[in-house]
Design a protein around this ligand. Structure first.
Ligand SMILES: [Fe+2]
Length: 474
């Protein structure tokens, strides 16, 4: 009996002292949209309550010689799944200047577990970011892509959905997403220390919402725990339904702190670029009145030269996979009116670039409503800019649509790579040759470089080779 008690005490003290970090500290953009306020949020997760964790930050690239050290106020949420509780910590770094370097460190007890330097958003004209989707599948290709993204030193990352396969569960985030972007050292076969210093803007694909039945998936909808980004758009009429036992739903709402479904649509500025991210899941009405009104005001009030819209499911896709899912085409006339330059999507696991295009969806007989087929097809009239080549002719007449869905998960339709004969679909009011590049036999990501009125877009593969490159000018 006494031996049993001793063993229990030993095990208990071991468990307390060996507090395990299950998600290492990483940076999020925080709930800030315009450049009038700048902040970041550091998050990390441990498997038991930390007695004394601490987050400090200083302006500059090091704590050495810093005259002012600010201590961040930490909050925590208990995440209990399957009888086990872990703790997700959140430390906002507020009152930051634009165009400045800051260094933060996270300590647990006497031990500093992470020190990282980041740069705040710029108000200047030079902006570099990467976009990629369909990544969190736990593959070697995903590690190689992470490593290559790290080499490009982006200011921020757009993670365009399907972030953790297959159901967006907390355990999937921990196994298939975070380990690839939070390694200690960069390496092509493991990943890179990206998220410690670069904010990832995370938004939902379809897979991230497959865990909305909390009875079946107690740790579902984990995106809403692990993200912390802008929440400046209205909540739309339709969203996915979170189901399950009442206490589970209550716990989800508490720990996700209002991010569901508020964070499904948002926008933000970085320097000369304005980005609006939209939910494109099957339940949405792309022409939701409140959302369109917000989008109009949001984009029209932006002084940025470059206007980018991003959502998960592409409207313009020449692959065989997901071809019929075209509901986001309904938004094209609005985006054209608002002067949007570039739309970045994923969902289809390959890379596609369209010609600059304008699209007028077909109206019903009464002429008062667009037509969408039961399969999701949207017919209409295409106007393609055939002159733009991104090299000699760089002013685009219309929007360029990018599919960048080859961030890590298995590729789609490999045999059609670089073979325009195999991209064709019918009839002509549903598909015309709007795709100029389609690469589906290698994983890749999108790099965008804006300098003033010039924008260069490159698609880079897992070896660092440039697969496609265009320049756009105003
Ligand atoms: Fe998807």
């Amino acid at each position: 009996m006494r031996r049993g008690l001793l063993l229990f005490l030993l095990l208990t003290s071991f468990a307390v002292s060996a507090q395990r970090i299950v998600v290492p500290p990483y940076l999020q953009p925080g709930n800030t949209s315009s450049l009038s306020k700048e902040m970041k949020v550091v998050l990390w997760e441990v498997d038991s309550v930390a007695g004394n964790c601490k987050v400090e930050f200083v302006e500059g690239k090091s704590f050495e010689g810093a005259t002012k050290i600010t201590v961040s106020k930490i909050t925590s949420q208990a995440l209990t799944f399957g009888g086990r509780t872990s703790y997700l910590y959140r430390a906002p770094l507020t009152g930051l200047k634009l165009d400045a370097d800051y260094t933060y460190r996270v300590s647990l007890g006497d031990q500093v577990i992470t020190t990282a330097t980041f740069r705040t958003r710029t108000k200047g004209n030079a902006v570099r970011f990467v976009a990629f989707g369909d990544m969190g599948a736990g593959t070697p290709q995903q590690a190689a892509i992470s490593y290559q993204m790290h080499l490009q030193n982006p200011q921020f990352v757009l993670a365009t959905g399907d972030i953790a396969y297959s159901y967006g569960l907390a355990r999937e985030f921990k196994a298939r997403f975070f380990p690839y972007y939070t390694t200690l050292e960069p390496s092509p076969d493991k990943g890179a220390p990206l998220m410690q210093s670069v904010p990832f803007y995370l938004f939902p694909g379809n897979h991230d919402l497959y865990g909305a039945d909390l009875l079946k998936f107690p740790d579902g909808m984990a995106l809403y725990y692990y993200s912390d980004g802008p929440m400046n758009a209205p909540v739309t009429e339709f969203t996915t339904e979170v189901k399950g036992p009442e206490d589970r739903i209550k716990a989800f709402k508490k720990a996700s702190e209002g991010r569901f479904p508020k964070m499904n649509n948002f926008s933000f500025d970085v320097g000369n670029v304005h980005i609006a991210a939209l939910d494109a899941n099957s339940y949405v009405n792309p022409l939701d009145g409140a959302l369109i009104e917000w989008l109009r005001r949001d984009i029209q009030s932006s002084k940025a030269d470059w206007k980018v819209v991003t959502f998960h499911h592409p409207g313009f896709n020449s692959s065989k996979a997901h071809y019929d899912y075209q509901q986001m085409r309904l938004l094209s006339p609005v985006l054209e009116q608002l002067g949007v330059d570039l739309v970045i999507n994923s969902h289809v696991h390959n890379y596609q670039r369209s010609r600059p295009l304008r699209f007028a969806p077909k109206l019903n007989e009464a002429g008062d409503r667009y037509v969408i087929s039961p399969e999701g097809r949207v017919d209409g009239k295409f106007t393609l800019d055939e002159k733009f080549d991104g090299v000699n002719t760089t002013k685009a007449d219309g929007i360029i649509y990018i599919v960048s869905g080859s961030g890590g998960a298995g590729l789609y339709d490999s045999p059609i790579s670089n073979n325009p004969e195999l991209w064709k679909h019918e009839p002509a009011d549903n598909w015309v040759p709007f795709t100029v590049k389609l690469i589906s036999d290698v994983h890749s990501f999108t790099l965008v470089d804006v300098i003033g009125k010039s924008l260069v877009l490159k698609q880079i593969n897992l070896k660092g080779e440039v697969l496609d490159e265009i320049k756009m000018t105003k």
